[in-house]
Write a protein that binds this ligand. Structure first.
Ligand SMILES: C[S@@+](CC[C@H](N)C(=O)[O-])C[C@H]1O[C@@H](n2cnc3c(N)ncnc32)[C@H](O)[C@@H]1O
Length: 258
């Protein structure tokens, strides 16, 4: 049974570059000999699946990518773009890979945003059950041109981390990410919820670091993320990731209050 429903297929070239860059650096991806990667809900065209394959292949030429989409017409159209490395098939959250294979990475961008909040946990569980033991699933959302993105990374054990990735040039306030929060958080950006406090403190740290803007927005962002870490947020990675406009924290720090 195909799990899910057809939704708007809006996509665009290069819009998922921030998530792809994060995935291609991830230790779980780097540890794999011949990774099997799924792009779930690729949309009206195959562009973002092909871009994902190219970016991952630059790190590991043995990667295979399968674009899975619930709309049969979109799958049929994508067949013209299939290559030795990239295949397309119809399916939903059940991730129907041939021979029962499990995926090492699954990227679902701008898919769950079109579902209801109460559907997210079930979808996460179904998708995570299709991961290999050290696999990783990212459920993310971004704007039309990929300047603002957020995503949750999940392992077979459940949600693990939360990332915001922003174009720093011209950034007014990091809380611009509020408009593009993943479905699990977008309705929780209210006083009393951890994500609200996180975005508020991120804005405050960005404002305090304003004098560094004369050097570069990158220096300002690194100071912002450093300050967040210093005040106790479980910030991951180092300045080499932060300079790309990212901040990743433990999921537990921003997870909705029950
Ligand atoms: C907005 S498009 C996103 C396209 C691309 N991932 C992007 O971010 O540019 C969402 C796509 O997900 C598909 N979709 C929705 N639910 C799905 C599911 N459960 N399994 C597979 N595809 C799904 C929709 O049919 C639609 O084509």
């Amino acid at each position: 049974m195909v799990v899910g429903r057809i939704t708007r297929g809006t996509t665009g070239t290069n819009r998922l570059r921030r998530a792809d860059r994060w995935l291609s650096r991830h230790s779980r991806f780097r540890a794999l000999a011949a990774p099997l990667v799924v792009d779930l809900g690729f949309g009206a065209t195959a562009h973002t699946t092909l871009e994902l394959a190219d970016r991952l292949a630059a790190v590991n030429p043995d990667v295979r990518v399968v674009g899975i989409e619930i709309d049969p017409d979109r799958v049929a159209a994508a067949q013209h773009s299939a290559t030795d490395r990239v295949a397309f098939l119809r399916g939903g959250f059940e991730i129907p890979l041939p021979h029962g294979e499990r995926a090492d990475l699954i990227r679902a961008f701008n898919v769950l945003r079109q579902y209801e909040e109460h559907e997210v946990t079930g979808a996460w569980q179904t998708v995570c059950s299709r991961l290999s033991p050290n696999g990783l699933f990212i459920d993310g959302t971004c704007d039309e041109i990929g300047r603002v993105a957020t995503w949750v990374a999940l392992t077979p054990d459940g949600p693990d981390s939360f990332t915001i990735a922003l174009r720093l040039a011209g950034l007014d306030q990091p809380s611009i990410a509020a408009e593009r929060l993943v479905k699990a958080l977008i309705h929780r950006n209210v006083d009393g919820e951890p994500i609200y406090r996180f975005l508020s403190e991120l804005d405050r740290a960005w404002a305090v670091a304003a004098p560094l803007q004369v050097y570069s927005p990158v220096q300002r962002w690194i100071a912002t993320v450093t300050a967040m870490k210093a005040t106790g947020w479980p910030v991951r990675d180092t300045a080499s990731a932060w300079r790309l406009g990212e901040i990743t924290v433990d999921w537990a720090a921003v997870a909705p209050q029950r």
